[in-house]
Design a protein around this ligand. Structure first.
Ligand code: UT7
Length: 315
């Protein structure tokens, strides 16, 4: 089989809570508009002194401790992100040093935007097959608040900060992720680089991205299940990227999924891009909604435009 199992998760959210009413004091919007169009009530934002690296370290330490795996046992460390504290060194390299992972650990950051954590899971599965140590430390982390234009009501209400981490183990007898990854190159979500010289702000064609997600999310779930030879009834939890509750509801209706297997945390986190899937995974594991031996179908989609789905089984 050659696959992965999830051993443990961790998460870290920054201290500042930004409510819809807080945003309504900054731009022409309302709690009613944001809640009804997105499902978001609040999101977290890094305060001065809090950082992307700090969130990653906290989430990673928690996941390692819960897994009972030492940093020296990690063979691959990947951080999915598009908002790291610096372009280089990669956040994963900082984690190698701060946590004390071996110098032969494969460490790098990966940018597939909101699909990043699913891309990282698949990448880890491939790399761990050849790695000397079979544990992987996989993170999704974002500080999107640094890239928001707080005069643009169509984007600043959506995004939040946070980090989620997962410790996985690769074994020959473990089930494959049956990952399905895709890309349709487009500027529909655009974050200019620092070289442009002007402040770098997220710009998004909201409706075009919504249509893209409404099409690709259900299709991706069906493709993952087809690859795995399973049906929706074999999945214990559908872990959707938390971008917009209406997108999730559309997929749930289209595939006739049981809504109780599709609950999320968008109301309190907003859209945390690459952090969204691992943050939700962590919440589900911590609350017992996802338990030993169960299967979670994780689905991400976003800038690129990219999408990705993978079936992750808990130990
Ligand atoms: O994680 C990356 C993936 N990203 C996504 O999945 C985002 C997908 N897109 C969306 O979630 C939605 O398109 C948005 C939430 C971004 C926007 O919702 P929408 O229902 O598509 O609104 P819209 O862009 O069609 O705008 C409708 C109206 C416009 O006013 P007019 O032209 O009808 O007068 C907007 O100016 O709503 C206005 N509007 C707002 N009004 C109050 C846009 N943003 C706001 C706001 N508050 N925050």
């Amino acid at each position: 089989m050659n696959g992965l199992k999830l051993l443990a998760t961790g998460s870290a959210l920054p201290s500042q809570v930004v409510t819809n009413d807080d945003l309504a004091r900054m731009v022409d919007t309302s709690d009613e508009w944001i809640t009804s169009r997105t499902g978001i009530s609040a999101r977290r934002r890094c305060a001065p002194g809090e950082s992307h690296t700090g969130l990653c370290l906290a989430a990673a330490r928690q996941a390692l401790e819960r897994a009972g795996v030492g940093p020296e046992e990690i063979g691959v460390c990947l951080v999915a992100t598009l908002t790291a504290d610096q372009l280089s060194p990669a956040t994963a390299c900082t984690l190698q040093q701060e946590l004390g992972m071996g110098e032969d650990t494969v460490c790098f950051d990966l940018n597939a935007a909101c699909s990043g954590f699913v891309y990282a899971l698949h990448t880890a599965q491939c790399l761990l097959a050849a790695a000397p140590r079979k544990y992987g430390l996989i993170l999704g982390a974002e500080v999107l608040s640094r890239f928001l234009d707080y005069t643009d009501r169509s984007t600043c209400i959506l995004f939040g900060d946070g980090a989620g981490a997962a410790v996985v183990e690769w074994r020959e007898e473990y089930p494959s992720l049956h990952a399905v990854l895709g890309c349709r190159g487009s500027q529909a979500i655009h974050v200019p680089g620092v070289a442009v010289g002007a402040p770098s702000h997220v710009r998004m064609e909201g409706q075009a991205v919504f249509r893209f997600a409404a099409e690709t999310v259900p299709a991706c779930i069906v493709q993952v299940l087809d690859k795995a030879g399973l049906g929706t009834q074999d999945v214990d939890r559908f872990v959707f990227h938390q971008a917009n509750q209406r997108i999730i509801d559309l997929a749930v209706r289209k595939l006739k999924l049981p809504p109780e297997k599709c609950t999320g945390n968008i109301a309190s986190t907003g859209n945390t891009s690459a952090a969204s899937v691992p943050l939700l995974l962590d919440e589900l594991v911590r609350t017992g909604a996802l338990g030993p031996g169960q299967r979670a179908l994780c689905v991400g989609f976003g800038a690129g435009l990219t999408w990705g789905g993978a079936l992750l089984q808990l130990r």
